[in-house]
Design a binder for this molecule. Structure first.
Ligand code: ATP
Length: 321
């Protein structure tokens, strides 16, 4: 409990959306990093922004934290323009890479940042919470990669922010450090905080988020509860060569790209069948004496799952263009 209370947010002031991104497009030269993105995050939500490399996740966070401006569309943070310093008073940020002053001791770094806030979390409490208490007197430059990362996330909480933006918070951390960080984020959220975090890892999003926004090539592909996204990603692929078109077979949710489109030398076609239960599908095909060969079964990778989410019928589908 102490853990939760130590980062409890200032109560009360937030009403309406904490983050409101409406119709935002952002280009870098010819690259469209974000393409007409709309995303609202309400008070107390913990949202995972999931997407592959180059999807546009960091760009979106940089617009929300006021570092960059959209080419078109609007971004609001805590009811104001994120480019105004006043709007960012309630914001805590941990970017993907953080430079720490190498010669300052860990405790001094926290004290330094705490000095900028009216009611900071006490340094000792914060270091305790992040498992850094024994390192308070160590120079920041002497910390391991994982310890630096933990310190960076701890620093984003010093000022008791109302909203926290975490860009791939645990990339490169070992299992123990990752768990400790997740615990801290959960504690912050349990105390009333709003979190938007990015990740490549479904596991991370699964461990933390209630709502998942999938972004790929600058477009929001899905915005749905964790359960819905997991069901989508959990589909298995049964790949086989068969002369009969199996796309309408019971249990086949849909076919993959190129299904029934690649003729084999004997006239059979290579087919990719998506199903929730690969075992049941294969048993049924065998029972029905369907003549197939070169059977492969695999889970859909996250990238494949993202691509599949472009198809119609996905709840929260955001790519109808
Ligand atoms: N400063 C920049 N100059 C030019 N292109 C950029 C810049 N920042 C981002 N981009 C491009 O915009 C696209 C989105 O990049 P972004 O960093 O937002 O993706 P990401 O989802 O955060 O990726 P990662 O998971 O690898 O960090 C990419 O194609 C990237 O190359």
């Amino acid at each position: 409990m102490e853990r939760v209370q130590s980062t409890r947010v200032t109560p009360g002031e937030v009403s309406g959306e904490v983050v409101a991104v409406r119709g935002v497009t952002r280009r870098f030269g010819d690259v469209v990093a974000l393409d007409d993105v709309t995303l609202d995050v309400g008070p107390g939500e913990l949202v995972g922004l999931l997407g592959p490399n180059g999807a546009g996740k960091s760009t979106l966070l940089s617009l929300i934290n006021g570092q960059r401006k959209p080419d078109s569309g609007t971004v609001r943070l805590l009811g104001g323009d994120p480019r105004d310093a006043a709007s960012r008073l309630g914001l805590g940020v941990t970017p993907q890479e953080t430079g720490l002053p190498a010669t300052l001791r860990v405790g001094e770094v926290v004290d330094f940042v705490a000095g900028h806030f009216p009611d900071p979390v006490p340094t000792g409490d914060l270091l305790e919470q992040f498992g850094l208490a024994e390192m308070a007197r160590r120079q920041a430059g002497a910390l391991s990669g994982g310890q630096k990362r933990r310190l960076a996330v701890a620093l984003s909480l010093v000022g008791r922010p109302r909203v926290l933006l975490l860009d791939e918070p645990t990339t490169g951390l070992d299992v123990g450090a990752r768990q400790a960080l997740w615990e801290a984020v959960r504690g912050y959220h349990a105390g009333g905080g709003t979190v938007l975090l990015t990740s490549h890892y479904l596991e991370e999003v699964q461990a933390l988020a209630q709502r998942v926004v999938v972004i790929d090539r600058g477009v929001v592909r899905a915005d749905a509860s964790l359960d819905v996204i997991l069901r989508r990603v959990a589909l298995r692929q049964v790949v086989l060569t068969c002369a009969t078109d199996l796309s309408a077979w019971p249990g086949v949710v849909r076919t993959g790209t190129g299904a029934a489109a690649t003729p084999g030398s004997d006239g059979g076609a290579r087919q990719t069948l998506f199903t929730a239960d690969a075992d049941a599908l294969v048993r049924a095909l065998v029972r029905a004496d369907v003549d197939f060969r070169d059977l492969e079964i695999r889970g859909a990778s996250l990238e494949e799952a993202f691509a599949e989410m472009v198809e119609p019928g996905m709840p929260g589908e955001g790519a109808e263009r």
